[in-house]
Design a protein around this ligand. Structure first.
Ligand code: ATR
Length: 283
């Protein structure tokens, strides 16, 4: 990479950001498209957000990603947010157009894109989501926008599952929404087409148990684990042993990044998704 006066900076802001793979994804993308851009990661605490946003404007940084814990609070600093970001209540991508900051959320769209790349159509399907945090909210919203038939939210803390399902019910009256605990006592397992693990279970292979047992599902089940480190979680290994189709979290991670690039480079007509497999091979 030849960094010079004309190099355009993009970045991630979050806290902590020590283990993020985003710079690897975005800088490899810039290398593949031969673009004089660089993507950096900045560890920014909430108290410094205002100053950082002003700096971003002064430095004419054209786009940045936002990660934990700033995805919701960042909305206060933006001029406009997309409909999807509004529904999710969180922003992970910001575009700077002449110092007007526009917020988007590419987490859910990246998730749906990863299904499309595997020729999986979720329209009319019944989905079981494990977890009720930020990732579960983005994914449930994108699934509802993709016109699934039903979404069941299972979570360790029942109150959080209830709150998320109430919000979704209000936003998407046509989708059947229900909630319960991770014991799945209320779930009609035979009718579930896909399970998505949005809990952090699986990130710590030495201590982690499975979020759920995988008995009683139909043989066509798809098991998607959004945890990407390790690539193959205990849940995915078990699913594979049972002969289910499995998808790991790197798919969503790369695609949410490529969606950010599509937003930032929209005038330049790159076919962003040509680069998915090339980047996946690097990670
Ligand atoms: P993210 O933004 O990645 O979704 P989060 O908002 O902190 O992160 O949500 C983490 C999710 O993983 C939550 O649903 C959490 O369950 P609780 O609502 O009960 O906290 C779930 N989770 C984390 N560790 C868990 C564990 N050991 N067992 C069951 N669920 C767990």
């Amino acid at each position: 990479m030849n960094i010079n006066w004309n190099t355009q900076i993009y970045c991630l802001i979050g806290h902590p950001i020590s283990k993020t793979l985003s710079p690897v994804i975005h800088n490899n993308f810039y290398k593949l498209i031969d673009k004089n851009n660089i993507y950096l990661a900045f560890d920014v605490e909430e108290k410094d957000l205002y100053t950082i946003i002003e700096a971003i404007k002064i430095l004419k940084i054209k786009g940045f990603n936002v990660t934990i814990p700033h995805k919701t609070i960042i909305i206060n600093y933006l001029d406009k947010i997309s409909e999807e970001a509004k529904l999710i209540g969180a922003v992970n991508t910001v575009k700077n157009i002449d110092n007007k900051l526009i917020g988007y959320n590419t987490d859910g769209a990246g998730f749906i894109k990863s299904l499309e790349l595997m020729n999986i159509d979720v329209k009319g399907k019944n989905i079981l989501i494990l977890g009720a945090g930020g990732a579960a909210k983005a994914i449930a919203t994108s699934l509802a926008l993709a016109e699934v038939n039903s979404i069941f939210i299972s979570n360790r803390t029942l109150e959080k599952a209830k709150k998320l399902s109430q919000k979704l019910k209000y936003q998407f009256p046509r989708v059947l929404i229900d909630y319960g605990r991770l014991d799945l006592k209320k779930v009609d397992k035979k009718n579930i087409h896909m399970v998505v693990n949005c809990t952090s279970i699986g990130m710590y292979p030495n201590i982690d148990e499975l979020p759920i047992k995988l008995d009683g599902f139909s043989q066509n089940l798809i098991v998607y684990d959004i945890v990407y480190k390790p690539k193959k979680t205990k849940l995915l290994k078990l699913a594979e042993n049972k002969g289910y189709k499995t998808i790991d979290g790197l798919n969503m991670l790369i695609n949410q990044g490529l969606y950010s690039q599509q937003i930032w480079l929209e005038d330049e007509n790159y076919n962003i998704y040509n680069y998915f497999y090339k980047i996946r091979r690097i990670l």
